[in-house]
Design a protein around this ligand. Structure first.
Ligand code: BLA
Length: 765
């Protein structure tokens, strides 16, 4: 066995890396051929592998520094000289025969030039004549046909494994696919009858194939190791005499294999190995890895056939992975269309999203979702608890700047998430509007991924006697399971694209709706202004003729009292009373329309003082029975329009007294803290205090409660309960709304009424 060279340990993270010991310049070759470094243009032999005696029957010293003619004869040597001027790919392999001790030795001659040095490799062959195109075509036709017949990636990989098995006659052929981190999984496998165990589904860490080995696959798509137990063969001299450097064997078929990899294969029980690179769009997609459990030479011709089939498979991969993606994309698109349709039909964005619930989850294949609009959160499917989602959204608001954020391991960004890993190890967030706090969150559960690791990745490192951590192939390939905790299935590119597309469509839709809403609001504001102006002008203009009628009725009564009989006087008196009533109505209307036109003058106002003043005024004008005014606790100080809010309290308190035939009347004026909702009293959750005026009066029947705020709408005969214009509650409503608040009533006939209202300190957005 080859001695594992010690590696200096100066690499990043304190871990030694094989990359320092470049596998491009191993200093030795595999023993199944002879390698010569030649000086151009004379093709003098400057370096040669030490195995010439075994393969050619000539000791290396006899060939070193000699012209190539000495070995190949004048004709073959001059043909080679010409070949070095042409395109190597179309020339290789050259048929070369060497007569030695009465025997003719046949070789595939492979030439290339790398780093300015011309290299010839002589690979012994048994076939008398070079392979024809037809031979080659026949050897690959079945394989390429089968590969091209497939329609999905899975089918393609399975067919390829089987076809490579048929083509190479190795014991085991695996299709090995890399993940974005460079680790890989065996995605398809075909085996000869003697092989019992299966590597299908096994997962190998990225460290198993160093970066440099991956890079070399772009230069050389096929790697052969006929027998891992063959001793490597040194080059003489070790350094190139002109460059004084070790010879770069990046492109050489015979390049010696790193002893680490040899040991790796030996640990696996593999003797012969053949690896073919699979590329997709200039990236390494995976490998075909062939294992044989006894020595397995692979002719240059078969290597070329494998390379060709590998290329066909690589091309096929592009279209079939696109096909797989396309089918999935269509599914995601359908979900998106359903969602947008639902949103367009719904009153609100939230409603639209909720109604299309399964599509919302299907859009990105998530198990749970949270809709957050203006801080209000609705959850669907499997999600963390609402409070946890609320905290998470707050964290997102602080930490995430982009329109989209996603992770398959939320706890690595937000450690609290470990508590709800079962539902949210994966998170995808779309920010629709940061200002309006509009977020869509999708969750994926933890997949306790029982990854079938082929050996413990930690075993790749051993500590030597000096305490240095040393990279070495693992001793054991026993399957052991590593659970990848706190991770969800990763979000796929198509899913992320679908989320982005949905965001764009949604933002477009929302902008259109905002546009329409703005137009409607403008329209509404305009018609409200017109209405106020109309009410003002008409009531103003009506007052004059009304005063005329009033005055003339009085004149009639004064000047014609003697002419009129009693009935005539009574009618005139009614006329005067009616004009007075009408004037009251007009004054109320005028007042009402003025309220709509007046600017609010908000100032900090002590509501206690204000209410006491209202009560005092009312007490003066109410000569009737006493009323018990109750204020359970001091009212707050509020930014509001003092005059209007005084009128608001006066109207409500006066109604409370007026519509009350209880012998012991009381009126309670108070408020409820912000944020305490109460369904029974119809008090919604509100960020502002809710004020109330409660009485033990006659109450309002349920069926009338909707009408009481309408102007001049009276529920009783006009002179009952002290008369009045019937505009008090309408005015109260206007004042509350002017302040951006809401007013509503809760009442039981014969028990009393409570008028609730809010007075937000800022206008509604
Ligand atoms: C190379 N390791 C490789 C190659 C493969 C693997 C395919 C390239 C093939 C080749 O050069 O012939 C790994 N082979 C696999 C895997 C499977 C398989 C995963 O069949 C699965 C079925 N390897 C280690 C560790 C080290 C290491 C810990 O596991 C580091 C010390 C090194 N691997 C290593 C090196 C090479 C290699 C140095 C390059 C070999 C060379 O080209 O010289």
């Amino acid at each position: 066995m080859i001695q594992t060279p010690a590696i200096a340990s100066s690499a990043v993270n304190g871990l030694p890396s094989t990359e320092e010991e470049s596998i491009r310049i191993p200093g030795f070759i595999k023993p199944y051929g002879v390698l010569l470094a030649l000086e151009e243009p004379q093709l003098e032999i400057l370096q040669i592998s030490h195995n010439t005696q075994e393969i050619l029957g000539i000791p290396p010293e006899q060939l070193l520094n000699q012209p190539l003619e000495k070995l190949l004869g004048t004709r073959q040597a001059s043909e080679l000289k010409k070949s070095f001027g042409g395109d190597f790919n179309s020339i290789n392999p050259l048929r070369i025969s060497i007569k030695q001790s009465g025997k003719t030795l046949l070789f595939d001659g492979i030439i290339h030039r790398y780093d300015g040095v011309a290299i010839l490799e002589l690979l012994p062959t048994k076939s008398k004549s070079p392979s024809t195109f037809f031979n080659f075509y026949h050897s690959v036709k079945t394989a390429t046909d089968r590969i091209q017949e497939t329609t999905t990636t899975v089918e393609l990989c399975e067919a390829a494994a089987q076809e490579f098995l048929n083509l190479t006659k190795f014991d085991r052929v695996m299709v090995y696919k890399f993940d974005p981190e460079g680790a890989g999984t065996v995605v398809a496998e075909a085996k000869g009858e003697s092989v019992k165990d299966s590597y299908l589904g096994l997962y190998y860490p990225a460290t198993d194939i160093p970066n440099e080995a991956r890079q070399l696959f772009f230069l050389n798509k096929v790697r052969v190791i006929p027998d891992v137990n063959d001793p490597p063969v040194a080059l003489v001299p070790a350094h190139h005499p002109k460059t004084h450097k070790p010879l770069d064997l990046s492109l050489a078929n015979l390049r010696g294999v790193s002893p680490f990899h040899i040991e790796y294969l030996q640990n696996m029980g593999v003797v012969g190995s053949l690896v073919i690179a699979l590329t997709k769009r200039n990236a390494l997609w995976g490998l075909i890895s062939c294992h044989h459990y006894s020595p397995k030479p692979v002719s240059y011709e078969l290597q070329t056939a494998c390379e060709f089939v590998g290329q066909v498979m690589s091309l096929e991969l592009v279209s079939e992975e696109e096909n797989d993606d396309l089918d999935y994309k269509i599914e995601l698109n359908t979900a998106q269309s359903r969602l947008l349709e639902s949103i367009a039909m719904a009153q609100t964005l939230r409603e639209g999203l909720i109604q299309a619930c399964p599509s919302l989850l299907e859009l990105v294949s998530a198990q749970g979702c949270a809709i957050c609009i203006n801080g209000d959160i609705t959850v669907m499917g499997a999600t963390p608890h609402l409070d946890d989602v609320r905290d998470l959204v707050q964290w997102l608001e602080r930490e995430v700047q982009d329109n989209m954020f996603f992770t398959d391991c939320l706890s690595s960004h937000y450690p609290v998430a470990e508590q709800f890993k079962d539902v949210a190890s994966g998170l995808l967030v779309l920010t629709l509007s940061k200002i309006q706090k509009q977020y869509l969150l999708w969750f994926r559960p933890e997949v306790i991924q029982t990854v079938s690791w082929a050996g413990n990745p930690e075993d790749s490192y051993q500590v030597d006697e000096t305490g240095v951590r040393k990279l070495c192939p693992r001793q054991s390939f026993e399957l052991w399971k590593e659970t990848v905790q706190l991770k969800s299935h990763p979000w796929r590119t198509v899913e992320l694209e679908a989320a982005q597309e949905f965001r764009s469509a949604l933002v477009g839709l929302i902008l259109r709706q905002v546009d329409e809403l703005t137009k409607m609001n403008l329209e509404l504001a305009r018609s409200n202004t017109e209405l106020d102006a109309f009410a003002y002008i008409s009531s103003h203009d009506l007052k004059e003729p009304l005063r005329g009628i009033h005055n003339y009725a009085n004149f009639l009564m004064e000047d014609y009292r003697d002419v009129l009989d009693e009935a005539g006087v009574a009618k005139l008196q009614t006329l005067v009373r009616l004009t007075q009533r009408m004037e009251n109505l007009i004054n109320s209307l005028l007042h009402y329309s003025r309220l709509g036109r007046a600017e609010l003058s908000r100032k900090p106002t002590d509501l206690n003082e204000l209410v006491q003043q209202a009560i005092a005024t009312l007490k003066m004008s109410q000569s009737r029975a006493s009323v018990d005014f109750r204020l359970p606790r001091p009212l707050p100080t509020l930014e509001c329009d003092r005059t209007q809010v005084t009128e608001l309290f006066t109207n409500l308190i006066s109604n409370a007294i007026k519509y009350n035939d209880n012998p012991e009347k009381w009126v309670e004026i108070g408020f409820i803290e912000s944020k305490i909702g109460n369904k029974n009293a119809k008090i919604p959750y509100s960020p502002y205090p809710t004020f109330y005026v409660r009485d033990n009066g006659i109450g309002i029947p349920e069926q009338h409660q909707g009408k009481i705020f309408q102007i001049f709408r009276r529920l009783h005969a006009q002179d009952d309960y002290g008369g009045g214009s019937g505009a008090g509650l309408t005015i109260a409503k206007k004042i509350v709304e002017h302040h951006g608040g809401e007013i509503w009533v809760s009442s039981q006939p014969a028990e009393g009424s409570t008028f609730y209202f809010t007075l937000p300190e800022q206008e509604k957005a």
